[in-house]
Design a protein around this ligand. Structure first.
Ligand code: FAD
Ligand code: NAI
Length: 466
């Protein structure tokens, strides 16, 4: 019987990163994966394919609407959707191969099949008609998450799709109805809207992007509406009639009341994700889960069973690839007897639309709720030189600082490249920096990042260009 120091179940960004870190620390490691390819949700049906389509569709839209005003004259671009899907697949394959290479490089055994925990120290792997049992000193559960379903609405991945189907539509729907104005709805809605679909988003709450700063979400909603999105907030889809050529969704006010019908070619259901633990044998192994099905862990990623740990989407916290990765590293270090740690106060979130939305730390709503006295500095991209010359002035930067200590508590950005720009705020916050530190840090000119410095200056009411 093969025996290991660590067996990681699942090879998403949590699992494969944990395995690499453990191998670096001298452990004999195996990963178990039931999917045909490594990389989990993120590489196969999540982050990577969605970003490939966001990039390609953005280029399509730029060619159609932005080139001419810069004096670049091209004939109207034509969409070759199969070629765009090939571009997406090449991106997936490249990244998946990269993970395979990293497994080999770090001498990590890849066990193909479904992993079932038989108890502390024993994992059964079944797949391809074979079953083997491996022994291990430690187990890390990194089995990720699955789509949340809407009662009474069956996802067929053709006409009623989850994010997975929405990443592989065979033609551009003339109308797309999206249930849920979260990250997936707005990113994949952007892809298909740019390629020609009429997009309507139905959201249960009275705002989009719950969890993001309210002012940021409001301005972002206006920008999406300017692009042509239609939002129906405070509403829910209760059924979808699939009998006709066109789907007919019944939409009701969230608070109850008269229903109306919305017709659409395709309905995308994206109302969140749920932890995935099917077939893992948690009950038999005595591993506790909470009331939302998430594996319960302590501050050291340890479950209630000694030697069994859990990380990533399958445990509490934001369902983000970089959060899973950082937990993977910290968990491997803890197993090796080191002091692994994740700072949950500084985990950035990015929506990869145009413009992008990025955020780290507390929102104004968080601070109000916690009764923390704070100061705000804001700076619009309309006043940023680089944005003006590029004519990409949508959005703004918002810096929130502690009123007493000036320590930066949150930074929120709507704007092009916001997802890259947020990291200077992350580094600053990791080091407990103040708005004054940010304001006095020299920023290259002309860059969009100067808007962050100006927003920090605005905390002290001394922005230069406003
Ligand atoms: P996963 O990536 O879900 O991997 C779990 C793996 O475990 C899977 O490969 C699964 O097959 C395997 N597995 C499960 N059970 C077993 C078993 N019993 N035996 C063997 N193998 C098993 N996050 C971001 O940070 N940025 C983004 O841009 C982003 N975009 C996204 C876009 C979409 C459309 C979606 C759906 C998600 C996106 N996410 C994004 C979220 C991100 O994909 C997840 O947070 C991340 O993949 C979680 O990593 P994980 O390792 O916990 O689990
Ligand atoms: P989400 O949690 O971001 O948004 C779901 C939305 O659906 C919420 O606004 C919620 O209020 C709404 N909703 C719930 N039930 C509803 C109903 N019955 N009717 C109408 N609206 C309803 O979840 P989403 O977009 O499905 O994404 C899942 C996860 O994937 C997220 O947690 C996110 O972290 C991750 N992800 C991250 C990305 C990124 O980092 N760029 C990209 C895509 C996904």
């Amino acid at each position: 019987m093969a025996s290991y120091d660590l067996v990681v179940i699942g090879t998403g960004p949590g699992g494969y990163v944990c395995a690499i870190r453990a191998a670096q620390l001298g452990m004999k490691v195996a990963v178990v994966e039931k999917n045909a390819t490594l990389g989990g949700t993120c590489l196969n049906v999540g982050c990577m394919p969605s970003k490939a389509l966001l990039h390609a569709s953005e280029m399509f839209e730029e060619a159609a609407h932005s080139f001419a005003k810069m004096g670049v004259s091209v004939s109207a671009p034509k969409l070759d959707l199969p070629a765009m899907m090939t571009f997406k697949q090449q991106g997936i394959d490249g990244n998946v191969k990269g993970v395979e290479f990293l497994m080999k490089k770090n001498k990590i055994d890849v066990l193909k099949g479904t992993g079932k925990i038989l108890g502390a120290g024993k994992v059964e792997v079944s797949g391809g008609g074979k079953t083997e049992i491996v022994e291990t000193r430690n187990i890390v559960i990194a089995t990720g998450s699955d789509i949340a379903r809407l009662k009474g609405i069956d996802i067929d991945e053709k006409r009623i799709v989850s994010s997975t189907g929405a990443l592989s539509l065979e033609k551009v729907p003339s109308s797309l109805l999206i249930v849920g104005a979260g990250v997936i709805g707005l990113e994949l809605g952007s892809v298909w809207h740019r390629l020609g679909a009429k997009v309507t988003v139905v959201e249960f709450l009275d705002r989009i992007l719950p969890g993001m700063d309210g002012e940021v979400a409001k301005q972002f909603q206006r920008l999406l509406e300017k692009q042509g999105f239609t939002f129906q907030l405070g509403a829910k889809v209760t059924s979808v009639d699939t009998s006709g050529k066109t789907l007919v969704a019944k939409v009701e006010p969230a608070a109850g009341g008269a229903a109306e019908s919305i017709e659409a070619d395709v309905v995308l259901v994206c109302i969140g994700r749920v932890p995935y633990t099917e077939g893992l044998g948690l009950k038999e192994a005595g591993v506790a889960v909470d009331n939302r099905g998430r594996v319960e862990i302590d501050s050291h990623f340890s479950t209630n069973v000694k030697g069994i740990y859990a990380i990533g989407d399958v445990v509490a916290g934001p369902m983000l690839a970089h959060k899973a990765e950082d937990e993977g590293v910290a968990c491997a270090e803890i197993i090796a007897g080191q002091a692994g740690h994740v700072n949950y106060d500084v985990i950035p979130g990015v929506v990869y639309t145009t413009p992008e939305v990025s955020s780290v730390g507390k929102t104004e709503e968080d601070l109000k709720q916690a009764g923390v006295a704070y100061t705000v500095g804001k700076f619009p991209f309309t006043a940023n030189g680089r944005s003006k010359v590029n004519q990409t002035t949508d959005g703004f930067v918002k810096v929130l600082a502690d009123a007493k200590t000036d320590r930066v508590l949150g930074v929120h950005i709507v704007g092009r490249e916001a997802g890259e720009m947020i990291h200077e705020a992350c580094v600053l916050m990791e080091f407990g920096g103040s708005a004054e530190d940010l304001a006095r840090t020299c920023h290259a000119h002309p860059t969009r990042s100067e808007a962050i410095k100006e927003a920090a200056l605005a905390v002290g009411k001394r922005a230069i260009h406003m």
